[in-house]
Design a protein around this ligand. Structure first.
Ligand SMILES: *[C@@H]1O[C@H](CO)[C@@H](O)[C@H](O)[C@H]1NC(C)=O
Length: 654
């Protein structure tokens, strides 16, 4: 059997709640959108299991009694679908850890009337049909501050991992505008997904907000969203965020930053807003506003007077109409930039380095000539972006469930070796076997890919969506994902909402046997792009555990490194967090044409002041040519981390 195109669905193989490998010949195989077509994901056999045993992962809210008719109160039924656990307790009450009991709560098309706050739990994806998104509608008499509490209230925002909300509509248009109501409470950090969601609020509603954050959070990306009406679209209280492809229509303030170290706003569109992006009342580090547009809006970007490095602004490739032209950027209420910023220029407030200079000039705001590599931009000079694929164009008959192929048994139980079965099925599905994945790992220090995407020189389509890559034991040679191939268009080779988690979670020995980094070389690299590759990577967290997500074991793996980027054919990285690896978090080595919109990094917490295991230890005897050897370091440099932390803290005292 040979298929021109196919999706492989891996339902809950080990710890991923829902993952897809996609291979196809060309974009021309995609059909037109069909509003009333069923979504294959609704129809496919949901035979994935949780590694903890009997557990219902896929939950269709209609099977829990929700009607979706716009009249019946569906609050209790939706909550049951989210909360259902076992005889020993439900998913909200605190009896489970955070990585063993995932759930996908699916909403078929319809209008679901909600009368009080719905609460999500850790490890939950709430999703609708991308062809016809379900609406969660707050009733006229709604009671509560939030329509949807998107994060698990048992965890603080800084450890709010593993939540998803996608392909839904949240609607408060029936609720009086002066009532205080947030559509989505979203106090979360890495490994979360908020994508393809519309937020509908009444026009001019002074009390309504779309996405609200409380406390301090550390999120990575929000992408492909729409907001209409209301007071504030997104309120940001987080160390960083990459906002991508977001449309604000008739929202008083599109994005309000109350505090952040970095926000990258890419592909934002403001229409009929009072202020597009407002940080004038908050504290911010760098704000990048790029490839964006404002029409019928009074001010596109409003910031406060601070003009230290803390308070930097970069504006590139923005288009404004006459209504905005007099106030593209306002600083402390005074106009700082008028008109559009054409491709080829950056408007900068902050430190600017002349070529070869090591000391910056302070720019108080001015245009500087800059350029972008041709391989990275489209015909109007914007960096390429890709809407994450949902594969909704496909029929269920074109989907291969990796656990339902008779000749190739795949167990997906986290115990049996599934290498042969998965490889055989991928070969079957891929065009002439061009896409090759290898799943064998050797327990030696030679870097060996666990999953390999294509061979050098291959051109085609290979996409990974919604995966978690992990290691079951300490594997000093493991390269979790190696990308070698390129696509013929940006995103053909794409990795979306896919994360790397090493240790600290259910089902890995590195959770319980890893208290000393010197003898726990858990993995070599999380991601490697080789020179012939081109990769679009959006929403990815590479996390070497610094704590046990489900219990209180001490977890300190000494993982080699995070991303090694050596690709030259065009690499786009949007919303990446890379944390606690020993040698480096991201290494761009002999690469070309690399765009990084936002990348957050943290060194390992056990490194630094007072620690004798100074880098490159514990990897000194097996360094690669691309690794830094730290020969330029003085032992006193171990203090550096302390300084870093001081800056971090003081950042919020501004
Ligand atoms: C501009 O935006 C305002 C506020 O949303 C709206 O009332 C008005 O109709 C818009 N004007 C045009 C010309 O679109």
């Amino acid at each position: 059997m040979k298929l021109a195109s196919a999706i492989l669905v891996i339902t809950t193989i080990a710890w991923a709640t829902f993952a897809q490998v996609h291979v196809r010949q060309s974009k021309s195989t995609l059909g037109p959108r069909q509003e009333n077509k069923k979504f294959w994901y609704e129809e496919v056999l949901h035979n994935g299991v949780s590694p903890v045993g009997e557990w219902s992962v896929f939950r269709n809210v209609k099977e829990y009694g929700a009607k979706g008719d716009g009249i019946t109160d569906d609050t209790a039924a939706i909550q049951r679908a989210i909360s259902e656990g076992t005889a020993s307790g439900d998913r909200i009450s605190g009896t489970f850890g955070s990585t063993g009991q995932p759930a996908v709560v699916y909403f078929p098309a319809g209008i679901y009337l909600v009368t009080s706050t719905i609460r999500s739990a850790v490890g939950t994806v709430l999703m609708g049909n991308p062809l016809n998104r379900a609406v969660l509608k707050a009733s006229k008499t709604f009671s509560g501050t939030f329509l949807l509490y998107g994060h698990d209230q048992r965890y603080s925002g800084l450890v709010g991992f593993f939540h998803g909300v996608k392909s839904l509509v949240l609607d408060s248009t029936d609720v009086p505008g002066e009532t205080t109501l947030g559509l989505l409470e979203w106090s979360v950090s890495q490994n979360n997904l908020l994508s393809n969601v519309a937020f509908r609020m009444p026009l001019g509603a002074s009390g309504h907000g779309g996405v609200w954050m409380q406390g301090l959070n550390s999120g990575l990306v929000m992408n492909d969203l729409e907001f209409t009406g209301g007071s504030v679209g997104i309120t940001i209280a987080a160390t960083q965020y990459h906002l991508k492809n977001i449309f604000f229509k008739d929202v008083l303030t599109g994005v309000k930053i109350s505090r952040s170290v970095q926000v990258t706003a890419q592909g934002l569109q403001f229409e009929g807003c009072t202020t597009g992006l407002d940080s004038s009342g908050g504290a911010h580090g760098l704000i990048n506003l790029i490839d964006s547009k404002a029409t019928n809006t009074s001010v596109m970007l409003s910031v406060s007077a601070s003009d230290s490095a803390w308070g930097a602004v970069v504006v590139e490739n923005v288009v404004v109409d006459d209504s905005v032209a007099s106030r593209t950027v306002s600083i402390a209420g005074s106009v700082a930039l008028q008109g559009s910023v054409d491709p080829g220029f950056s408007w900068i407030r902050g430190s600017v380095y002349e070529a070869d200079s090591t000391s910056p000039q302070m720019s108080k705001g001015g245009l500087i000539e800059t350029s972008r590599p041709e391989a990275l931009v489209n015909d109007i000079g914007s960096y390429h972006t890709v809407v994450p694929p949902t594969y909704a164009e496909y029929d269920v008959a074109q989907v291969i469930n990796i656990k339902s192929v008779p000749d190739y048994p795949v167990r997906g139980d986290g115990v049996g070796d599934d290498t042969v079965g998965i490889q055989a099925i991928i070969n079957l599905a891929s065009e002439e076997g061009k896409v090759r994945y290898g799943l064998k790992i050797l327990g030696c220090k030679n870097p060996t890919p666990m999953v390999k995407v294509g061979q050098e020189g291959d051109v085609g389509v290979a996409q990974l969506s919604d995966f978690i890559f992990t290691v079951a034991e300490t594997l000093p040679g493991a390269v979790l994902l190696q990308v070698n191939m390129a696509g013929s268009a940006p995103g053909d080779v794409g990795v979306f909402n896919t994360h790397f988690r090493i240790g600290g979670a259910f089902g890995t020995k590195t959770k319980t046997e890893c208290s000393n980094p010197a003898n726990c070389l858990a993995a070599r690299l999380s991601l490697h792009t080789t020179s012939g590759a081109s990769l679009y990577l959006e929403n990815s967290w590479s996390w070497t555990a610094d704590h046990d997500l489900d219990g209180s074991n001490t977890v300190y793996p000494g993982t080699g490194a995070g991303y090694l980027i050596e690709s030259r054919g065009g690499t786009w990285i949007l919303g990446a967090g890379v944390e606690h690896h020993v040698l480096y978090q991201v290494n761009i080595n002999n690469a070309a044409n690399v765009f990084i919109g936002l990348q957050e990094g943290e060194s390992a917490y056990w490194q630094g002041n007072g620690n004798t295991l100074l880098a490159p230890k514990p990897w000194s005897d097996s360094l690669l040519e691309s690794d830094p050897d730290f020969s330029w370091c003085d032992p006193a440099d171990a203090q550096l981390k302390l300084l870093e932390l001081r800056f971090w803290t003081s950042a919020y005292d501004v």
